[in-house]
Design a protein around this ligand. Sequence first.
Ligand SMILES: Cc1ncc(COP(=O)(O)O)c(C=O)c1O
Length: 347
Amino acid sequence: MTEYRPPLGSRDLLRLDFNENTVACSPKVREALAAISTGALTLYPTREPVEALVAESLGLRGEQVALTNGVDEAIHVLFESFLDAGDELLLPVPTYTMYGVYASATDARIVTVQAAEDMRFPYERLLAAITPRTKIIAVANHNSPSGSVATREQLLELARRAPHAVLLVDEAYFHFYGETMIDLVGKVPNLIVARTFSKAYGLAGLRLGLLAAPLELMRWMRRVLSPYSVNSVALACLPAALKDETYLDWYVGEVKAARGEFESALDAAEVRRWPSRANFILVEIGARHAEFAERMRALGVLVRDRSADPGCDGCVRITIGTREQMRQAATALNETLSALRKENQTR
Ligand SMILES: Cc1ncc(COP(=O)(O)O)c(C=O)c1O
């Protein structure tokens, strides 16, 4: 395994690099935080009551939902629970980095299925790659960094064609994307859905995610999951975050409006982009992608160089924040691109 270190560093700028909420969490969460008792800090955390609350909000039974320390822990637990030597993880790429990281900590083989140049979900090739050894198929839907999406029918067919495997549908961007499989949890025997509170809810620092799974599969995963990995502070804040739908709706609406404006700015600047229905856009900058990211940083805007991702040569991912923030980003982008283009002409 190679160590994975996210490029965090000093981030006291406009943070369009990690697909976080670029404003803040709900003010109701701050109130819940201020009201935490000493007792809550002293005792080991009890997650079941909050799991029941979350399950209810999703239309599921408490036992079908496990809270996790971010989706990252959910992926780790899932892979540890089901992947053994000789098994295969089927992974459409490019996709979220941590699938590869946690899979490489098991003895299973990672079978990647590359998306074509248009970045569309490689559905036919995924179906063709299913073997009797396929144990998990991991699909981020909506995907990052590519922005690809799989339809409900495609996901159902994948689950049907691999009854001996688990289909993970990672819905980290659900609140922006709006499509879900969560209503099928418990109805499709091999379907597991993951969600996060790191994106639209603005709680990436609290580390809160969840797994929703049929009881049969959940029982295996609970054997691997630490009973205390979601801490008392996170558990105390989660109900307040869940309840404040007004805040969530405002933020999601703001991002969607900003995305439309920013797409127009990209088109006007003749920057190639891939479709997105989430809070980020993948764009093609070309050979000088690293310099582009550096110069954007110098102008106060952090973006994420994704050029090393499979099939993403020359690409950068830009998180979408508010309209005001994205106008600042568009100004920086235009300035950076015109400087780079001018230099290219005189080289
Ligand atoms: C597809 C996908 N899943 C999961 C995560 C991470 O979620 P969490 O912060 O809950 O670990 C990300 C973060 O970028 C993501 O893009």
